[in-house]
Design a protein around this ligand. Structure first.
Ligand SMILES: [Zn+2]
Length: 274
């Protein structure tokens, strides 16, 4: 799943690979997929985009946005985005294929679910898109202690750390993937309740959030995900499916996996206390 680090890396890579390229052909929904979401009728994507040039891609939370003249391309967190130099390399199944005049392509495919939206600028009415664009990005200076404190309220007191960090889009781009290492670095268990956090704990959590996300972006995304060129990210996850049942890097205790709130959590039972 694309979360903040991967979206940031993809936007940068799309910038290098495709900025300025003119669109020759668009094929949307060629391979039917129940949970691939489009804007309006995907058959109209070609007419909307053809002949227009790719602008500078940007990321908002876990979303990747590409301006295309008077239209916008937007990709959600479950989309696999790839760039191919030639047509021959393109996989048979895909949910969106954008071919440029120089024969290179941007291809989006969906495994479980994902949005591949192309729409006239400003016309997509999507709650998550709006929130991702309006909320303060966690790696910006404006996302400081005062802002972080403002996210806590009476309602959040009963929540666990996982629920607080990865639901309701409180923090854009932060999902069940990146939260694992954020909590490991903060030495906090994903099930720990918000009302047990002292001011010092909150400060440590914010520091860990910033540090962990910065490292993930700098590394080119997590090693559990792949980038625009199909390469795994260079950030080595401390807690993920890659490290479960292996010894904790800090204390040697075996890393555990549990199902919790519709997804897996990973933790070190010694380093991370409830
Ligand atoms: Zn440990």
């Amino acid at each position: 799943m694309i979360e903040l680090p991967e979206a940031a890396v993809l936007a940068k890579q799309i910038g290098k690979a495709a900025t300025g390229k003119r669109i020759k052909k668009v094929a949307a929904a060629k391979s039917p997929h129940k949970f691939a979401w489009y804007y309006g009728d995907p058959k109209e994507y070609h007419g909307l985009l053809v002949g227009k040039a790719i602008g500078t891609a940007a990321s908002y939370g876990g979303l990747v946005e590409i301006p295309v003249s008077d239209a916008t391309l937007l990709f959600g967190d479950g989309v696999n985005l790839r760039y191919y130099e030639t047509e021959e390399a393109i996989p048979e199944k895909h949910q969106l294929w954008i071919e440029f005049e120089d024969r290179s392509s941007l291809v989006g495919s969906v495994q479980m679910y994902g949005g591949l939206w192309a729409f006239p600028v400003g016309s997509l009415d999507n709650k998550y898109y709006k929130m991702a664009k309006e909320k303060i990005p966690p790696l910006s200076d404006a996302f400081n202690g005062t802002h972080f404190d403002s996210l806590f309220c009476e309602k959040t007191n009963k929540l666990s750390l996982k629920a607080f960090l990865a639901t309701q889009q409180r923090i854009p781009g932060l999902g069940n993937g990146v939260l694992q290492d954020i909590l490991f670095n903060a030495k906090m268990h994903p099930k720990r309740k918000i009302n047990t956090l002292s001011s010092k704990d909150k400060k440590e959590l914010l520091d860990s959030l910033k540090l962990t996300l910065t490292q993930m972006v700098a590394g080119g995304g997590r090693d559990t995900e792949t980038d625009l060129h199909g390469k795994h990210g260079g950030y080595k996850t401390v807690l993920s499916r890659n490290t479960v049942n292996k010894p904790c890097l800090v204390c040697g205790t075996i890393i555990k996996k549990e199902a919790y709130m519709g997804g897996s959590i990973y933790f070190c039972p010694t380093c991370q206390k409830i």
